[in-house]
Design a protein around this ligand. Sequence first.
Ligand code: ZN
Ligand code: FE
Length: 263
Amino acid sequence: MTTIHIDPIPAFKDNYIWIIHDTKFAVVVDPGDAPPVMKYLRSNQLQLTAILITHHHSDHIGGNRALLEQHQIPVYGPKREAISTVTHALQDNDTVYLDALSLTLKVIEVPGHTHGHIAYFGLLPNFQKKNILLCGDTLFASGCGRIFEGTPQQMYRSLKRLEQLPDDTLVYCTHEYTLSNISFARVVEPGNAELKQQEQRVKQLRRENKPTLPSLMATEKKCNPFLRCNQPEIIKITSQHAGKKLNEPLDVFTTLREWKNNF
Ligand code: ZN
Ligand code: FE
């Protein structure tokens, strides 16, 4: 019985390529760039056994070809998006069994950022018993992805689905956006004491140049304004920003997302 580790490989300006591994085998998530992955595999003497993709953006798939030149391995990805390197197309409720790591992941379709975006949810096997969520550019720590291809309604529904996952779920998103997300969250919910504490924690981590991820679903429920569209303070401030009374959580969400785009 070996322990599974999930480590971030930094790429580009603020991406993390998550690598799930034991002492021998590894799976990478959204390898936008191949060289840092190859370097990590070499220096940790790991064998790559699969690639998981959440959506088609180049900062998430750009390293696939180069990795496939060196490894004959399956590439899992969303059925609803045309990604030429994907060998196993997945849709809602499918399961992926990563046999090298004895890890089973469930697929959750989370359209919004892109039209076919998927997330992977699973429980680390054996004694570890940790819930993990690999959610790409959908749920971020104290934020959410931009809506490029879907509608605000789709994105809101996707986030609400992820919110149903257990509180102890570790949330592995793919960008280090936490600090700027919190700056925005503080403006729309200044009275949230939990968020204020989280800001201090995150600032300290960034000062030490450490990743702020993974987050925890329980923390997201307490701090992420996009999951808190029914909170009176958020409704009030978002309504002021919109110049009209917003009654529906979806309207609050839509206004928040547009506001954040220009924040
Ligand atoms: Zn993206
Ligand atoms: Fe991205």
